[in-house]
Design a protein around this ligand. Structure first.
Ligand code: GLP
Length: 240
């Protein structure tokens, strides 16, 4: 695992964005794996800036997002589809038809999961996957458990995640208790992975990533089997 420790969130976002820009320059029709949460917002802001400055082109780009609440409508301002439109897609020259987020309205979520993995495979696989990390070590919505699921699937959210994500909702009761998420194997199938972590609250999560154990009780530790992971964090997350 490559580790880049940055002074602060702003620098971290710029370093992450430069890696995505380099990928888009080397392979203009890249398949990008994208993430939600507060962590990647700065990186998206930087990509928007580079796009308006004519430095990067989103026209030939295809994207797949990690996860979506279930059930939820894409018009709901708490949905991850809404978040992606607001924080990236509406501000760059991307063709929305090439942007994929699991459907929070799918009647058959199991079938939606299978179709999502099939669409990623048909596109040729993800070239570079952006990840955040939950305070409990979750990746996307792969929550700590005795077993983890291979492909995209519906899952229940842990109390810790509902609590952490309730800051975006009017009340804790409004946080959906289920989600559709890419599985750990779908995520580990990406050619490159960039994981962002900032703030002292992510220190434990970062430490577990850097020890020499792998456990499904801390899903992020599975990233240790991947040959091309770059961890970008700020000093607070790294040093505690
Ligand atoms: C959510 C998302 C994850 C994200 C995590 C961390 O639960 N499903 O993909 O990594 O939260 O969020 P934040 O970046 O806001 O700390």
């Amino acid at each position: 695992m490559r580790i880049i420790v940055c002074e602060n969130y702003e620098e971290m976002s710029k370093v992450g964005a430069r890696i995505f820009a380099a990928q888009m320059t080397l392979k203009p029709d890249s398949i990008l794996g994208l993430a939600t949460g507060s962590t990647p917002v700065g990186l998206y802001r930087e990509l928007i800036r580079m796009n308006s400055a004519g430095e990067i082109d989103f026209a030939p780009i295809t994207t797949f997002n990690l996860d979506e609440y279930y059930p939820i409508s894409p018009d709901n301002d708490q949905s991850y589809r809404y978040f992606m439109n607001e924080n990236l897609f509406d501000h760059v020259n991307i063709d929305k038809a090439r942007t994929h987020v699991p459907s929070g309205l799918a009647e058959d979520p199991e079938a939606e999961g299978k179709a999502y993995d099939a669409a990623i495979a048909a596109a040729g696989g993800i070239d570079i996957q952006l990840l955040g990390i939950g305070v409990n070590g979750h990746i996307a919505f792969n929550e700590p458990d005795e077993e983890l699921i291979v492909g995209t699937h519906v899952t229940g959210l842990t109390d810790s995640t509902i609590e952490a994500n309730s800051r975006f909702f009017a009340s804790r009761d409004e946080v959906p208790t289920r989600a559709l998420t890419m599985g750990m194997a779908s995520i580990l199938g990406a050619k490159k992975i960039v994981l962002l972590a900032n703030g002292v609250k992510k220190h434990d999560a970062v430490m577990k990533l850097l020890d020499n154990t792998i456990t499904t009780q801390w899903p992020a530790t599975l990233l240790k089997v991947h040959p091309d992971v770059t961890l970008i964090c700020d000093k607070a997350a790294y040093e505690g």
